[in-house]
Ligand binder design. Structure first.
Ligand SMILES: NC(=O)c1ccc[n+]([C@@H]2O[C@H](COP(=O)([O-])OP(=O)(O)OC[C@H]3O[C@@H](n4cnc5c(N)ncnc54)[C@H](OP(=O)(O)O)[C@@H]3O)[C@@H](O)[C@H]2O)c1
Length: 275
C-alpha cells in the first residue's frame, strides 16, 4: 500500500486523508500542521497517521499532499526541497488557483509534481465527506504524477478532468463566483431584510426556501431562464433607484448591486443557449 505524508490538516487535508484511509488505497503516515492541537484534531478525524512537529521527523513517503493555504504552498515546497535526506516522490497540492509550477523547487530535484483541485466547498470535513461522491477534480501537472493521482481520485468517487496550468486562475474564479460569493450575497440579503424589520424566523425561512427554490430553478432551467428581477426585465429606472438606496446603506454593496445588475441585464439579453 502506498504511503502519504500530509502537510496541512485543515478542511481539505482532513477530508482527503479520511477518504483515502477509508478507501484503503493509501496509508496516511506523517501529518504536519502549524499547531499540535490542529494536528491532533486532524489525526482524530482521519483515523490514521502520526503528528510530526518538525521537518527532520518526516519519513519518506510515496505521496506528499500539501493541503496548506495557497500562500504557504511555495514556502512549504521550498522547505521540502531543501530536505536532501528525503527520496524523491510524487507531491501535489490542492489549490484551485495555483498550478503545479509553484512546486518547481521540488520538480527541479526530480520530484513528480501536480495539482489536484476538488471542486467542492469543504466548509466542514464531516459534511464534505458526505458531499464528496461525484465531485469534479481538476488535475494538472507532470504526466507521471497524474498517472498516479487520476486512479486514486477516481476511486474516491471524484470525476477527474484535465485543466491547463495557464487556465487555473480563471477556472478557479468560476468556483469563487458560485460557491464563495453565494454566501456573501445571501448574507447581504439577510442584512437588508433585518434592516427593513423582517422578523428573524422569516429571514431564516427565506434562507431555506427562496435560496433553495432559486438553486432548483437554476438546476432545472439553467441560469438564464432562472433569472428574474428588475435588471432582467430591463427596468432601468428601478435599478438606478434601488442601486442608490443600497449605495447609501452600504457603499460596497451598492457597487456590487450596480455591477451585478449590469451582468444580469447582459445575461437576460444574451441569445439563449443550451445549458
Ligand atoms: N476549503 C475549501 O473549500 C477548498 C476547496 C478546494 C481546495 N482548497 C485548497 O486546499 C488547500 C487547503 O485549504 P483548507 O481550506 O483545507 O485550509 P485550512 O482549513 O485553513 O487548513 C490549512 C491547514 O494547513 C496548516 N498549515 C498552514 N500553514 C502551514 C505550514 N506553513 N506548515 C504546515 N502546515 C501549515 C494549518 O495548520 P494550523 O491549523 O496549525 O494553522 C491547517 O492544518 C488550499 O490550497 C485551498 O485553496 C480548499
Amino acid at each position: 500500500m502506498k504511503t502519504l505524508n500530509l502537510i496541512g490538516g485543515g478542511r481539505v487535508g482532513q477530508t482527503l486523508g479520511r477518504l483515502l484511509t477509508q478507501d484503503g488505497q493509501v496509508r496516511v503516515q506523517d501529518v504536519l500542521t502549524r499547531s499540535i492541537t490542529s494536528a491532533e484534531q486532524a489525526l482524530a478525524f482521519i483515523g490514521a497517521g502520526r503528528a510530526v512537529g518538525q521537518m527532520r521527523d518526516w519519513r519518506p513517503a510515496d505521496l506528499w499532499l500539501l493541503a496548506v493555504p495557497d500562500g504557504q504552498i511555495a514556502p512549504v515546497a521550498a522547505t521540502l526541497a531543501a530536505a536532501d535526506s528525503l527520496p524523491t516522490a510524487t507531491v501535489f497540492h490542492a489549490s484551485g488557483a495555483l498550478s503545479a509550477d509553484v512546486l518547481k523547487p521540488l520538480q527541479d530535484k526530480g520530484w513528480k509534481v501536480a495539482s489536484a483541485h476538488c471542486l467542492l466547498s469543504f466548509a466542514s470535513p464531516p459534511m464534505a465527506l458526505e458531499q464528496f461522491a461525484g465531485t469534479p477534480c481538476a488535475l494538472e501537472g507532470d504526466a507521471l504524477a497524474l498517472a498516479e493521482l487520476r486512479p486514486l481520485f477516481t476511486r474516491l468517487g471524484a470525476q477527474c478532468f484535465d485543466v491547463r496550468a495557464q487556465d487555473k486562475l480563471l477556472y478557479h474564479a468560476g468556483a469563487v463566483f458560485t460557491t464563495n460569493f453565494l454566501p456573501v450575497l445571501q448574507d447581504l440579503a439577510e442584512q437588508l431584510w433585518q434592516h427593513s424589520g423582517m422578523p428573524l424566523p422569516l429571514v431564516q425561512h427565506l434562507r431555506a426556501s427562496l435560496l433553495k427554490n432559486c438553486v432548483d430553478n437554476i438546476t432545472k432551467l439553467g441560469p438564464q431562464a432562472a433569472l428574474t428581477g428588475p435588471a432582467a426585465r430591463g427596468d432601468a429606472a428601478l435599478v438606478a433607484a434601488q442601486g442608490q438606496a443600497v449605495q447609501r446603506w452600504n457603499p460596497g454593496a451598492g457597487e456590487a448591486y450596480q455591477a451585478l445588475s449590469g451582468l444580469a441585464g447582459q445575461l437576460a439579453k444574451r441569445e439563449a443557449r443550451k445549458s
